[in-house]
Write a protein that binds this ligand. Structure first.
Ligand code: ATP
Ligand code: MG
Length: 445
């Protein structure tokens, strides 16, 4: 391309014709002020996890595909149809955007021998990716908070995790979620149940949908998790796993229930509750709501004592849950939880561009003191009138205006004008000693 052509390519008329790019379907932008609600929830989570001694773990968003195939199970919704899988351009490795993070956490724990000196309590916050049909509460990129307790076998840790989630609902004021629990027993017990279940399903084979027919022998338990309303009655009449539990599994379940009851955590035993991944055994649970339609599960988890081994690590018991941040925030919205703009402490009015170097130096120190300060700026390079700047200051919601005018600057001062006390009281302060007066800007917080 010649220089001349290049120049014409950059004319505004040409730019206007360029097609607008939009984001990926089912993957959302979170914009201010709504993003403040996400930060608020994340702060609550971090604080809570600290109180239960859960430590943050950050694993990559991309893992090798076999991790999920082996970890979650081949015949699961996620592995069969929801994963974003692609080949590494350079070496052809099959990689997958994580659809969930338990497998990643366990992979990291094995890789770094995290359990060498005992169990670990871990948590994460971050995006997951599943190729699903986008709808309210169901997206292709969504955030999960997860808590995983690795290396602990006792029912008190199952209980701890459920109590932790219950405490979060209290901390954030979430109402209308109820807890359902079940026990999937141990593999041997499941095998017996499986035979009875297959026999039941075979008796109703005419009713089965395509998914169910395909899973009849590969993963019949998963059929109990079907979202197809036409199958509900047949599923409700299926043999219950609970009836196949041996005394040890039963004891584990009863101990968990006793702790929940001592804490007055209401729950129902749902014998049909199975989870979407293969790795669970013994305890499984979900916190559900009726307010989000088919997307009613806000938090789900259970015990996965065989996953470590299945992923090549030393056998170790484990239990955990994950909650959908999008769904929790949506549920809070239905309760009237709104985002609020953060409150500014001060809005800065500057009448002449020649003052800017001194003003910005002063503001740097004001902000170091902790005050939240916004400068007046516009698209024009000339300064707006004092009057229009003060109008902006007023509508910004700031507690104070910091006025750097000609008279102030000549005296090495700034006027601090109160915008919220009705009287509009004004005080002059020295520009070069902001540490002396800047802390008073935060009086409203
Ligand atoms: P569902 O039955 O609704 O498909 P799931 O069993 O696939 O959920 P998990 O894999 O257990 O869900 O994930 C834990 C939590 O993550 C869910 O309870 C939900 O709150 C959230 N979640 C799962 N998939 C999505 C999604 N596509 N969009 C938003 N949140 C999701
Ligand atoms: Mg799902």
């Amino acid at each position: 391309m010649t220089e001349q052509q290049n120049e014409s390519a950059a004319t505004p008329a040409r730019i206007a014709k360029v097609q607008r790019l939009v984001g990926v379907k089912g993957m959302n932008d979170v914009l201010p002020p709504d993003s403040a609600r996400w930060e608020w929830l994340e702060d609550k989570v971090r604080n809570l996890m600290g109180r239960y001694a859960y430590r943050n773990i950050r694993t990559p968003i991309v893992e090798r595909t076999p991790l999920f195939v082996r970890g979650l199970g081949e015949v699961t919704d996620i592995v069969e149809k929801e994963m974003y899988t692609f080949d590494d351009r350079l070496n052809g490795d099959s990689l997958t955007l994580r659809p969930e993070n338990t497998a990643g956490v366990v992979r990291a724990a094995i890789e770094h021998s995290l359990l060498y000196d005992g169990g670990k309590r871990l948590y994460y916050i971050g995006p997951m990716f599943r190729h699903e049909r986008p709808q309210r509460g169901r997206y292709r990129q969504f955030d999960q908070v997860g808590a995983e307790a690795l290396g602990f076998g006792g029912p008190e840790v199952d209980a701890e995790l459920i109590l932790l989630a219950s405490a979060l609902w209290v901390d954030i004021g979430l109402q209308d979620v109820r807890l359902e629990i079940n026990s999937l027993g141990q593999p041997g017990e499941r095998l017996e149940h499986r035979k009875a279940l297959i026999a039941h399903l075979e008796r109703h084979s005419a009713q089965l949908d395509e998914d169910a027919r395909r899973r009849l022998y590969s993963n019949p338990l998963r059929i109990l998790d079907t979202k197809n309303p036409a199958l509900q009655e047949m599923v409700a009449a299926a043999p219950r796993l609970l009836d196949f539990l041996g005394p040890e599994s039963m004891r584990h379940f009863e101990s968990l229930r006793a702790i929940l009851e001592a804490n007055q955590v209401p729950y129902t035993v749902n014998p049909r509750l199975v989870r979407g991944m293969d790795y669970y055994n013994l305890t499984v649970f979900e916190f559900v709501t009726d307010r989000l339609g088919a997307q009613g599960t806000v938090c789900a988890g259970g015990r996965y004592d065989y996953l470590m081994e299945q992923l090549g690590g030393k056998p170790a018991p484990a239990v955990g849950w994950a909650l959908g941040v999008d769904r929790v925030l949506e549920l809070l919205s239905t309760q009237g939880h709104m985002s609020s703009e953060p409150q500014l402490d001060a809005y800065v009015v500057v009448t002449d561009a020649v003052f800017l170097p001194r003003v910005l130096h002063c503001l740097q120190r004001v902000r170091a003191s902790g005050a939240q300060v916004q400068m007046h700026s516009t698209t024009a390079s000339t300064m707006a009138s004092m009057k229009s700047q003060l109008k902006r200051a007023d509508s910004s919601g700031a507690a104070y205006a910091l006025i750097f005018g000609a008279e102030e600057m000549a005296n090495g001062e700034v006027t601090v004008k109160s915008l919220r006390d009705g009287a509009g009281s004004q005080v002059r302060h020295p520009i070069n000693e902001p540490e002396l007066w800047a802390p008073t800007l935060q009086s409203r917080r």
